[in-house]
Design a protein around this ligand. Structure first.
Ligand code: SF4
Length: 215
């Protein structure tokens, strides 16, 4: 059984002495997620600001043990200002609720970039460079025990790797000391439903990890 999805006496996988986020987020002084959102403000640090309706900051439990990281907002997310709310988002919600027995509010969900790229293209390297400090700071503030990276773009960005997602998924990796499980993006699963079973295999490993069965 997965332990409660909030901190509170739980053993963290990141050493309290280590501060792996110090350099990339040095310019961000926020002490909590609300302050970070305020610090982002009406951000114009990259060209993605031009076409957005909303900055899609992130949602969920600020002390979540589990964090999902996707690529960037799509149309529905841009309109509603919340990550993973379209058809792919419903599939992620099903994974969280039906697959893991959790509520969406138990976990934290964010993206690599906070504004929708035009025509849902991949974010450009300079856009990622401009926005990634916000994600790093979010992860630093939430300090989850496990991150699930959703899809090729998010995983390759987090791991600074060009390895195909098909090779990365299903195996544990580390992101600044935090355990990272790459898996396919829910939007990919809508197009390739046969691969849902592979995602379920990955999610079962995450459940096992959070249940303490790997210790
Ligand atoms: S994508 Fe990130 S860096 Fe670019 S404008 Fe939006 S919030 Fe700012």
């Amino acid at each position: 059984m997965i332990q409660p999805m909030v901190a509170g006496g739980r053993q963290r996988l990141v050493s309290a002495d280590a501060d792996p986020f110090a350099e990339p987020v040095a310019t961000l002084s926020a002490r909590n997620l609300d302050e970070l959102r305020a610090e982002i403000g009406d951000c114009r640090r990259c060209r993605l600001c031009a076409g957005r309706s909303h900055i899609v900051f992130g949602v969920g439990n600020p002390r979540a043990r589990l964090m999902f990281v996707g690529e960037g907002p799509g149309r529905d997310e841009d309109l509603q200002g919340e990550p993973f709310v379209g058809r792919a988002g419903q599939l992620l919600t099903d994974i969280i609720t039906k697959g893991m027995g959790l509520k969406r509010e138990d976990v934290y969900i964010a993206n690599v970039v906070k504004c929708r790229p035009p025509e849902n293209r991949n974010p450009e390297p300079d856009e990622v460079a401009a926005c990634e400090p916000f994600l790093k700071k979010q992860i630093d503030l939430v300090r989850p025990e496990v991150i699930v990276g959703l899809g090729k773009f998010a995983v390759q960005t987090l791991l600074q790797s060009k390895t195909p997602i098909s090779k990365l998924r299903g195996n544990w990796h580390r992101y600044h000391g935090i355990k990272l499980m790459p898996t396919f993006h829910p939007a990919y699963l809508l197009r390739n439903p046969a691969d849902k079973k592979l995602v379920w295999e990955d999610i079962k490993k995450v459940i096992k990890e959070l249940s303490g069965e790997n210790t």
